[in-house]
Ligand binder design. Structure first.
Ligand code: 5GP
Length: 203
């Protein structure tokens, strides 16, 4: 089984940027493309950035239990198609989800063995700048996202790791170290050692 890595954190902390940079550095990790009902932004491509759905289509996916998790975020649905994640993990590859915090908590219920990484803003001021600096959202949306972000910070307690997003390279190095360390957990090697012992006993 591959590892399921959940990269989450408050709105505007830079999850998308860090996740893209990490994928460049660790191309062996498979990115799970989410489904959403929000409109595509300029340059976004169906099936690459998101699977763009109508509300009806999304509700149908929920009804068919096709989502590993989903959340409603600033008026739109976002969710992780379950099948792709299950198949990829079963194939022995690591999967990364880049999702907001409500969805991450739902993944924790279904997949407690996943690795939960909480991305932290280096300061509140920086967080505000990032939310505003995106430049594509209205003032109303910015205010909503800022309030949501402050509340979301309380959810740190549910995570395994916290990574400060002060600088992209440094943040990627930290996440990469976490993934490498998780691959070295002794539990993962117990079947391997038992197999060796059994082979020695037989010989
Ligand atoms: P954006 O509209 O800026 O692409 O994404 C808004 C928020 O939705 C981001 O915090 C992003 O991490 C989150 N998000 C993207 N995909 C998913 C998903 O599949 N599930 C959940 N719960 N959140 C998602």
């Amino acid at each position: 089984m591959g590892l399921l890595i959940v990269l989450s954190g408050p709105a505007g902390v830079g999850k998308g940027t860090v996740c893209s940079a990490l994928r460049e550095r660790m191309p062996e990790i498979v990115y799970s493309v989410s489904a959403t009902t929000r409109q595509p932004r300029q340059g976004e491509v169906e099936g690459v950035n998101y699977f763009f759905k109508t509300r009806e289509q999304f509700q149908d996916l929920i009804a068919r239990d096709a989502m590993l998790e989903y959340a409603e975020y600033v008026g739109n649905y976002y969710g992780t198609p379950r099948d792709f994640v299950d198949r990829t993990l079963a194939g022995g590859r690591d999967v990364i989800l880049e999702i907001e915090v409500q969805g991450a908590l739902k993944v924790k219920e279904k997949f407690p063995e996943a690795i939960f990484v909480f991305l932290l803003p280096p300061s509140l001021e920086e967080l505000k700048q990032r939310i505003t600096g995106r430049g594509t959202e209205s003032q109303d949306t910015i205010n909503k996202r800022m309030n949501v972000a402050v509340e979301e910070m309380n959810l740190l307690q549910h995570y395994d790791y916290a990574v400060m997003n002060d600088e992209i390279d440094a943040a990627c190095d930290r996440i990469r170290s976490i993934i490498i360390a998780e691959h070295c957990r002794r539990e993962r090697f117990e079947p391997y050692v038992s197999g060796m012992q059994a082979a020695i006993e037989k010989a």
